[in-house]
Design a protein around this ligand. Structure first.
Ligand SMILES: Cc1cc2nc3c(=O)[nH]c(=O)nc-3n(C[C@H](O)[C@H](O)[C@H](O)COP(=O)(O)OP(=O)(O)OC[C@H]3O[C@@H](n4cnc5c(N)ncnc54)[C@H](O)[C@@H]3O)c2cc1C
Length: 382
């Protein structure tokens, strides 16, 4: 008997899950991916697309196994065992893989790099600006730092500043933060910490201390948020709207739905250390596929076990900082910086496409003792 599997979302996690299902499923599964566009968006390169130093789009056909079916559509509801499509059709399923990912929160008149349309709009705006125009990046997590550095390096005529309430590159150890700050200084980025942006206008940013900074273009690089498809479909979600699953990524109220990638919240004891990242999304997609195959075979699925390996930051095309981390995402001693760091990061970005294309992927195991044996709640957003 052939099992019909619908994968909603063709990002890193969804493509990995679909390709792994058909390659390990030995003809037992028929897989259809539903995605709003026929292109794969390399979100980890969207700051490059915005700055004009790279292209973040590839045809989905170039990453999906030819045995995987593709429907171009944005799913608006999951109803019972079918996915109604806006064109009036519907897709029935025996199993569904929920892989809708994340995007940047939208703030007033700010630009974003969290999704394709936002990055394309930012690219157009940057090209319109004149020498000396101020560009403000708000938020100095990894995405904000990468964006400020990329714009400053590729548009040296613009006055780029980076604003943050907390330290620059907050997840890095102090040594790493120093290196990142030094590189930003060399690129001419003005860094201001301890300030909070309250309101973003078309040509200014209001700070919490009452000052209004002139800003011809403002990029909001705060935390990611997830689509509300699970919530509007009446599926169980955490406070951030992520699908709640058990340790094997099975939805807590729907054994026929498995969640993967940024849009899911497995229990903290197996997933609290997993940042919303492509680094986690790829093994989450692979684990989700293995869970579906185990269910089909009547085997108990394995619990999630994913260890973090690196924190990688590009600092323009000629600089980067790659910090090795333990499985629980805490920093190890070893780090690579400068041009070598940039080259390592570039190789990793290229590697992601190879991994998801084959569906054959091995990854580091999670922290040995688990993070919190007593807790049963879902992971919190990073
Ligand atoms: C600028 C930038 C730099 C980054 N750098 C790094 C990095 O260096 N390392 C790292 O590990 N991570 C990085 N990330 C984070 C990483 O890109 C995400 O965590 C990752 O993309 C999550 O993968 P995913 O498959 O869960 O979701 P996504 O890649 O977001 O894919 C989700 C897919 O689902 C589709 N979808 C959404 N809603 C629907 C719907 N209703 N119906 C059908 N399809 C739908 C979307 O269109 C998309 O194709 C970066 C992110 C950004 C924005």
């Amino acid at each position: 008997m052939v099992t019909d599997v619908v994968v909603v979302g063709a990002g890193y996690a969804g493509v990995m899950a679909a390709n792994r299902l058909v390659s390990k499923g030995d003809g037992r599964v028929r897989v259809t991916v539903v995605n709003p566009r026929a292109e794969f968006v390399e979100r980890i390169r969207l700051h490059q697309l915005a700055a004009g130093t790279g292209d973040a789009v590839a045809p989905l056909a170039s990453v999906l196994d030819p045995r995987v079916g593709l429907r171009i559509s944005a799913v608006t509801r999951i109803v019972g065992n079918s996915v109604p499509l806006p064109d009036g059709g519907e897709l029935g399923f025996d199993r569904l893989v929920y892989a809708v990912g994340s995007r940047s929160a939208v703030r007033e008149q700010a630009h974003t790099v969290g999704d394709l349309a936002g990055a394309q709009r930012l690219r157009r705006r940057l090209r319109e600006l004149d020498a000396g125009d101020p560009v403000t990046v708000v938020g100095a997590g990894l995405t904000g730092v990468e964006t400020a550095a990329e714009i400053a390096e590729s548009h040296p005529h613009l006055a780029v500043r980076l604003l943050s309430a907390g330290p620059i590159g907050g997840g890095l150890p102090e040594r790493g933060r120093r290196r990142v700050r030094a590189r930003l200084r060399r690129l001419g980025v003005e860094v201001r910490t301890g300030v909070r942006a309250e309101r973003v206008g078309s040509d200014s940013v209001d700070l919490d201390d009452g000052t209004a900074l002139p800003s011809a273009c403002t990029v909001w690089a705060g935390a990611f948020e997830v689509p509300d498809l699970a919530r509007t479909s009446g599926l169980p979600v955490d406070a951030a709207g992520r699908l709640r699953t058990d340790e094997s990524l099975v939805c807590v109220e729907r054994p026929d739905i498995v969640g993967v990638g940024d849009a899911v919240a497995p229990p903290r004891r197996v997933a609290a250390h997993l940042r919303m990242s492509c680094q986690a999304a790829i093994p989450l997609g692979a684990t989700g596929a293995d869970t579906v195959l185990a269910q089909i075979d009547g085997r108990a699925p394995e619990p999630l076990s994913i260890g973090m390996v690196l924190q990688c930051i590009s600092l323009g095309r000629r600089g980067g900082y790659v910090q090795t981390v333990r499985a629980d995402d805490s920093a190890r001693r070893w780090a690579v910086r400068g041009r070598l760091g940039a080259s390592v990061k570039e190789q990793i970005c290229r590697g992601t496409l190879r991994y998801i294309r084959s569906g054959d992927y091995r990854w580091a195991g999670g922290p040995r003792a688990g993070l919190d044996e007593t807790d049963t709640g879902a992971r919190v957003p990073s």
